[in-house]
Design a protein around this ligand. Structure first.
Ligand code: BG6
Length: 516
């Protein structure tokens, strides 16, 4: 094996390069006392403030039921942010803290929205936020429509075509539970909001390595000509997680399952980016127009096709890094007879000219032995075998692996001659590592996405037609699983790579899952 960097990157490149600054604005966090706000949103805003990426004038308004003062709200975040501190923490905090404001209210109470409006009007005067608003809905999905209606009725959402000041609404997943409920929610929110005011967040799209899929494919000349059915034998997409139901997630997860939680959103986005045609430019709609065509090319399946092409499974008790862990049914919040899947494997083909006949294998699961998100493009072997392959060699089947996380980077496997008098080949790997090539830290996905909302750039957010096409495909699977003919979920011990049925699924194409 030898290793080499593909390119030598410019270490001075900015982590979040921008040609223009975001407008002054207020960011209202619904669910400000919740887990997402604590773990991701406020830390991301703090990092943006630290890096000087936020507009000169801004305010962050926490909206929740608790009876907090501004000082109590700030006190919640001081220790949490301080943990990841840095030597300049207190200095940045001293500038950041006065921008944090609390507005008490209930999601279904018109008076609360009137009070929020007053707070925002005051902030326009005291903090220079210029009437621009981001409303971030980090709340359970049953509140999405209620909050948007509340905002609309209080006059907090500006008319659809008004450019300035602006109001934008960010919605966390899950956006619907199936095609019908996603459509209903779309209809509901479209009474108040225009598509251009709605930002459906999928945090995978904010990951630097996910954005790099487009850079690798369309910023280089050598990959695109071979990125099709003539040269690609199969594509494997893996999102493996070690975590189980930590942090009290069992209750939510048991109503969702791996298909809704990971495949419908994150994995469909990865698939779209890997399989799409080159866009004519990088504008939001040009990119999303191409992505949606991939989702339209997903197969139309009957129940029997689903049983043949999709494996679902639950983890049973097992061991992770030498420690015994409980099975899914023993987790807190999980119904004892639950059939919710913690693992899904899918074999699908895209019905278009570029990909017809190429199998795409998708798998995701909780309590797998290792955390790894990667996309492997597996190429055909050379037409004749002139050389002897070393044991375990690929026989000339080159493989390009995009490592989304951890150990972000990409590697290309190819064959090289083993030194000596024989004509033996062995697989070697050319490797690019973000950490080694770029001397700057990768920004958190939420930093990039929050900044994009403030800048009004929807490229990395899911459009209605993308969402509905992804749900159409998932709904076929969900419907088949709900049928009385559906086989029950399989099982895999925690700490293993999934059930045997997933190995059989891929073995039918004379191949196997990549080792992680
Ligand atoms: C979330 C899912 O969207 O993504 C979680 O709800 C999952 O179940 C998480 O663990 C994975 O995100 P990441 O960034 O850690 O890969």
């Amino acid at each position: 094996m030898f290793q080499a960097d593909f390119v030598n990157a410019n270490p001075l490149a900015e982590a979040l390069p921008r040609t223009r600054a975001a407008d002054p604005c207020a960011v209202v966090l619904f669910g400000a006392t919740g887990d997402l706000a604590h773990r991701k949103l406020v830390p991301a805003l703090f990092q943006l403030a630290r890096g000087g990426s936020l507009p000169a004038e801004y305010a962050i308004v926490g909206f929740a039921r608790r009876d907090w003062t501004d000082a109590e709200f700030r006190a919640q975040y001081h220790p949490a942010l301080g943990k990841h501190g840095g030597p300049d923490f207190e200095e940045v905090w001293a500038r950041f803290a006065p921008r944090l404001v609390f507005s008490q209210g209930a999601f279904d109470d018109p008076a609360s929205y009137a009070a929020l409006k007053e707070t925002l009007d005051t902030l326009d005067r005291t903090h220079g936020t210029a009437g621009n608003r981001v409303f971030y809905l980090a709340v359970a999905p049953e509140y999405f429509a209620t909050i948007i209606r509340g905002l609309g009725e209080a006059g907090l959402i500006y008319p659809r075509l008004q450019e300035s000041p602006w109001s934008r609404v960010v919605i966390e997943k899950p956006f619907g539970r199936d095609l019908a409920s996603a459509r209903e929610l779309n209809r509901d929110v479209s009474r108040t909001l225009d598509e251009s005011q709605l930002y459906r967040i999928d945090h995978y799209l904010g990951k630097e390595t996910v954005q790099n899929i487009l850079a690798l494919r369309f910023g280089n000349g050598i990959f695109e000509p071979i990125w099709n059915r003539l040269h690609v034998k199969a594509v494997q997409l893996t999102v493996a997680e070690e975590v189980g139901m930590a942090g009290g997630r069992g209750g939510y997860y048991d109503t969702a399952g791996a298909l809704r939680d990971m495949v419908q959103n994150h994995m469909m986005q990865l698939l779209a980016l890997v399989a799409m045609e080159p866009p004519t430019n990088l504008s939001a709609d040009a990119v999303r127009d191409e992505k949606v065509k991939v989702l339209e090319a997903l197969p139309r399946w009957r129940a029997e096709d689903v049983y043949r092409s999709v494996v679902r499974a639950q983890y049973s008790a097992g061991s992770m890094q030498g420690k015994e862990v409980p099975g899914y049914h023993e987790e807190k919040g999980v119904a004892p007879n639950s059939t919710t899947e913690t693992y899904v494997a899918i074999r699908l083909e895209l019905n278009n000219w570029r990909w017809a006949g190429v199998p795409f294998f998708l798998r995701t699961g909780k309590r797998l032995p290792k955390r790894a998100t990667e996309i492997a493009i597996q190429f055909h072997k050379p037409p004749t075998a002139l050389f002897e392959a070393e044991d375990g060699g690929l026989g000339g089947a080159n493989e390009l692996v995009l490592r989304i996380q951890p150990d972000e980077g990409a590697s290309l496997r190819f064959e090289a001659k083993v030194p000596g008098s024989r004509r033996r080949l062995q697989s070697v790997r050319m490797d690019f590592r973000y950490g080694a090539s770029f001397a700057i830290p990768t920004p958190e996905a939420y930093e990039r996405l929050l900044l994009d909302v403030m800048l009004g750039d929807p490229t990395l957010f899911t459009r209605t037609d993308e969402l509905e096409n992804a749900w159409r495909f998932m709904t076929q699977i969900l419907d088949a699983w709900h049928s009385p003919q559906a086989p029950p979920p399989d099982h895999y011990p925690a700490g293993t790579l999934g059930p045997e049925s997933a190995d059989k699924l891929i073995a039918a194409d004379s191949t196997q899952w990549r080792r992680l």
